[in-house]
Design a protein around this ligand. Sequence first.
Ligand code: DHB
Ligand code: FE
Length: 284
Amino acid sequence: MARITASVYTSHVPAIGAALDLGKDQEPYWQPVFKGYEFSQQWLKDNPPDVIFLVFNDHATAFSLEMIPTFAIGTAASYQPADEGWGPRPVPTVTGHPELASHIAQSVIQDDFDLTIVNKMDVDHGLTVPLSLMCGRQDPVLGAWPCPVIPFAVNVVQYPVPSGRRCFNLGRAIRKAVESYDEDLKVQIWGTGGMSHQLQGPRAGLINKTFDNQFLDRLIEDPAGLAQMPHIDYVREAGSEGIELVMWLIARGAMGEKPPSVRHRFYHVPASNTAVGHLILESS
Ligand code: DHB
Ligand code: FE
C-alpha cells in the first residue's frame, strides 16, 4: 500500500526563484536563505519519495476571479511552469501522477470534501519555488524534478478562504486516501506558503516573528489545537498573506495521530517581504 513517509513545510517567495534563476543565490542577502535548505536538499536525496503531494496556492495565474475553486486537485500527466509576467521560470516541466491523483479525488470526495478536478493547469511560484528550494537548480530541458508531483491548489487569495480546521481534517482524509492506494509508494506531502507577510495596504511589510515561531511550535506539538485558530487571527497576527499558512495544516493533518519526528527546522527574516519558515517532519 502507499504511505505518507514525511511532510515538508516551506515558504514560496517568488523572489527566491528569481534569485536562483539569475544566479544570485550566493549574494550576501540570499546566502542565509539558501543555507537553510542545504540540509533539506541532502535529506531529499537520502529519502527519495515516489510521489510528492504538493499543497500550494495559485496566485491568479491558473485561476482568476472568473473561477475560484477552494480546493483543486491536479489529475493531469504534466504541468507547465506558468508565465507570471516575466516569462515562465526556466525550470523543468512538472510530471503528474494521474492514477494516484484520481484515487485521492475519489476517496476524498466520497469523504465529503468537495474538490475541483483539474486536468489542465499551469503552475506558478507557489509550486515551483518549493521544488527549487528542495531540489536546487535544475536545467529546464535536460534536468527533471526527482519524482511525479500532484499539485493541490487551495484558495487563500480571494475571501472566503477555508478554515484551518477544515484544512487539517482534509489532510486526515488525504492520508486515508493515500493509505488505501494499492501500490507500494512512498508519498511525501508538502505544505507551502507563508510565513507572516502582507503585500498591500498600510501594514505592507508586516512580519511577526513571535507568531511565526509559536506557529511552528504548535504545528509540531499541537496541530489539532492550532487548527482551531480562526482565519481572522492569521490576518491580524501574520498579515493578509499570512493566511497562506492554513495550507501547512493540510500537510500536518496527513501525518496521522502519532507524533512525528522533527528532522529540520529553519526560520529567517527577511526574504523579499516575508519571513521564511521551513520544517521537515518524518512519520514515526
Ligand atoms: C511575496 C510573497 C508571496 O507569498 C507571494 O505570493 C508574492 C510575493 C513577496 O514576499 O514579495
Ligand atoms: Fe504567496
